[in-house]
Ligand binder design. Structure first.
Ligand SMILES: Cc1cc2nc3c(=O)[nH]c(=O)nc-3n(C[C@H](O)[C@H](O)[C@H](O)COP(=O)(O)O)c2cc1C
Length: 216
């Protein structure tokens, strides 16, 4: 069992990456081999709409024709047994880099002739993890759950299943005194000390579940 995880934050040691590391730890403990890809390290773009992956008579299905640094990663995704995508929320949605990745990793598997029959060769479990500044109580008001659910449902459609995990009210800065902020610093510190470890534990458990493989 191989789990591939993707960090859609430019920061390699902050909230999203920390949550992903815990998920990978849980997966490792459950016996999975893991690989972490920091998407911001790669030179790639989102789908170019060349439509080679939709061409009638194409030699292979489910393969993106774009040749860039994401290509070998997408080749490995084909062999993976589970996927985990982690992203910070930027302007109410995934980071641009995570979005570009989601387009590239999914569109070749989208079967226009039969939406329910993905071109991905088998069913695998996936996880989708968001970290964000806002407090949980504001999610509905801001309309975030609709966005999260849309992306979750697409991953489930393309790969088999997808579990969503959220971490709200994250600490964006190590030292809130050094940066412009309108946030309640004491609340941020308290949340980081008390809730974030619980979020990381939930990520660890998610990783362990992903390592069990696809459950119908
Ligand atoms: C460009 C940018 C846009 C952001 N937009 C939002 C937003 O719309 N909603 C929100 O809750 N947090 C927003 N944030 C905060 C991040 O989502 C939050 O701090 C996240 O946990 C950062 O993840 P990281 O520590 O892994 O980089 C934004 C941060 C940046 C840099």
């Amino acid at each position: 069992m191989k789990l591939m995880a993707f960090n859609g934050s430019p920061r390699k040691k902050w909230n999203t990456a920390t949550m992903i590391e815990h998920a990978l730890e849980g997966a490792r403990e459950a016996g999975a081999e893991v690989e972490l890809v920091h998407l911001y390290d790669l030179d790639f773009k989102g789908c170019s709409s060349c439509l080679a992956c939709k061409r009638v008579g194409r030699k292979e299905v489910g393969v993106c024709a774009m040749k860039d640094e994401l290509k070998p990663v997408l080749d490995r995704v084909r062999e993976a047994d589970a996927l985990l995508v982690g992203t910070p929320v930027y302007y109410g949605t995934e980071s641009a880099c995570a979005r570009a990745f989601l387009e590239r990793v999914q569109y070749p598997y989208l079967n226009y002739a039969n939406y329910d029959k993905s071109y991905f060769p088998r069913k695998i479990p996936t996880g989708l993890l968001y970290t964000m500044n806002v407090q949980e109580s504001l999610l509905e008001i801001l309309g975030y759950p609709v966005t999260f659910e849309r992306t979750r449902a697409f991953l489930a459609r393309h790969f088999g299943s997808c579990e969503l995990l959220l971490s709200t009210n994250t600490s964006q800065y190590k030292d809130y005194d050094k940066y412009e902020t309108g946030f309640d610093k004491a609340d941020k510190a308290r949340h980081h000390a008390e809730q974030f470890p619980k979020d990381c534990q939930a990520a660890r458990e998610l990783g362990a579940r992903l390592a069990q493989g696809y459950q119908s």
